[in-house]
Design a protein around this ligand. Sequence first.
Ligand code: NOJ
Length: 762
Amino acid sequence: MKIVKQLSTITAALGLAFFSLAQSRPANNDAKMNAFIDDLIKKMTIEEKIGQLNLLTSDMDVTGPTMREGYRQDILAGRCGNIFNAYSPQYVRKLQDMAMQTRLKIPLLFGYDVIHGHKTIFPIPLGEASSWDLEAMQRSATVAATEAAADGLNWTYSPMVDIARDPRWGRIDEGVGEDTWLGTKVAAAKVRGYQGEQLGQVNSVLACVKHFALYGAIQAGRDYNTVDMSRRAMFETYLPPYKAAIDAGAATVMSSFNEVDGIPATANKWLMTDLLRNQWGFKGFVVTDYTAINEMIQHGVGANEYEVGALAINAGIDMDMQGSVYYSQLKKLVDDKKVSMATVDQSVRRVLEAKYKLGLFDDPYRYINDERATKEIMTSANREFARDLARKSIVLLKNQGVLPLKMGGTVAVIGPLANTKRDMIGNWSAAGDWSKAVSILDGIRGKASHAANILYAKGANILEDKVLLQKLNQNGGNISVDSLSPDALIKQAVETAGKADVVVLALGESQGMTGEAASRSNINIPENQQALMRAILATGKPVVLVLSNGRPLTLEWENEHVPAILETWFLGTEAGNAIADVLFGDYNPAGKLTITFPRNVGQIPIYYSAKNTGRPMDPNNKYTSKYLDVPNTPLYPFGYGLSYTAFSYSNLTLSKTEIRPADKLQVKVTVTNTGNYDGEEIAQLYIRDLVGSVTRPLKELRGFYKVPLKKGESKDLTFDLTLEDLKFYDSNLNWTYEPGDFQVFVGTNSADVKEAKFKLVK
Ligand code: NOJ
């Protein structure tokens, strides 16, 4: 059988079918909208205009420092046109009622961090990305939007599309990892998923692309730190996913906390106006990140709120999240002629347009419906889909004959991550109801207790480090510490393991150890959990290490000593069921890493699309690029992931060895399932431009297929490469191509590939 259809076509087709179920609304008529908004702006006082540029948190849920109390009075007075951290029809209705008491009755917009699901929680984005399933990733955004909109919301602060290559950074879990090309595909899929075919459908919300820009490149992985990079690196590696989200129609953008080329993003006119609006054609509105305008005083680009407020609005920032700087300074800035009324009006217009497109002027209560909230949130269909996506997100890192587990006998489930529901839904699961999540232990019991004896021991606390525990628990960490001593916990676990045929050892991070303001300088499994692991391995029982975590961990020792390792991230509401499906072989794992796992922290940043350097590594030559104490290779490369079956690649052929710019190159390969199970393989295609006017990466992902293959089955895959795939930014930032030699690689991960060569001629 031949698969020649591009995945994007398949995705688009499925997307369409899914969206056609949505309630549709007549197309917005721009002229009508413009006339309506012109008229409204004419009626507005400067205070009312500033109100539309003011976004305040409710006290229902707070995601940062509270700068301004009394938001209800502000709504009633028309000083606040947008609220975040408020949801549920009952609560949102109360606030919208207040807006309806104002002179102009401009409806409120309700925003929220719906990051990986609203109430039904899906895997964290880095986990979900391991599925390489664009259609499923789009659908999880659609489900999240449907649940959010049914709960009174109309704006999500997602997708986060920051390319990140430093696993010390806690927020690496919110994006899709290190690869730009994959990042663009997921960014577009997410926007389509959230916004549907057209804004205003009752199951869609505004997407917000964040954090614009380069937040993922903060130095040393320390959150909120400085970013400093060349324009070429920006254009080549970091900016494309934001651009892809905007091309897909994202309605809003969030400015990042960091600086870009020495100027904080929130004051960066080049970024917010020249690039975003003039070059990329973005028409929506830009909101700051939380108090990002105020923070520019600490950045040192303004002495006070008056100065930084002027910088922000003149740079192109439309809405102030929670900082109240526009609220307190904008009128004076206009009076002093530091900011023109035209600038204010333009920002107000952008915000009003979003409200108009959502249909809020037709009906401010459009997204407030008690019945929908009871019917459309956490449905069994949503949970079923969450389970499937969770299974697809699991990556099998190692398996020496332990998995899949046989049904029967005695299974010991051990470890501090085995019996926790809270951790399963991960961080930024803001409205997620963790009491409804399935723990690993519950998932295993549900699947196997009819036929097997399931034992449990906690074995260790997640952490023994008192200072870290206190920090995490102060911020909603929910980490409990057992009354038994660490030694007693291990003793109990070893006894439990002794009675079992196999041990499922659930270790890793608690959800609060990744995410915002959760950078780590040491990304290992906490020491006390390692002590448990060593004790369990010493029993000689077969062990499956099931990892829960939000970032790559350093696992060299584990990889050497533990016979089977499953990377399960934080998989969401259905985590335990999905893990049990994989453990017992009801689902053959097919996920592949979208982020490199280093051997140790010293290798960071380490990513597959590195450059060759002038002294590429040569083990026999001292003066080449390498370390004395660790190889250059990662522990697990980008694109890596095993299956219960095995795949082989053969017959790599190219339709031509020389192509012209207008040609399409077909790259064909045969993939065969040579193992003992049916399975799915994610076949990846990379290119390398061998000589260029600027240096090019050793490999760049340009395509993939996720192919189901029955035991013994072979399939021929055809990848189409066009000139677009061979282009790059030259030193003048032109998106261009240069004739010359290219390599093309196809394989099971970025390090294990077959290769061929071709030439691009004029
Ligand atoms: C700060 C975070 O950086 C951003 O991602 C989030 O959307 C806002 N807080 C709002 O909660």
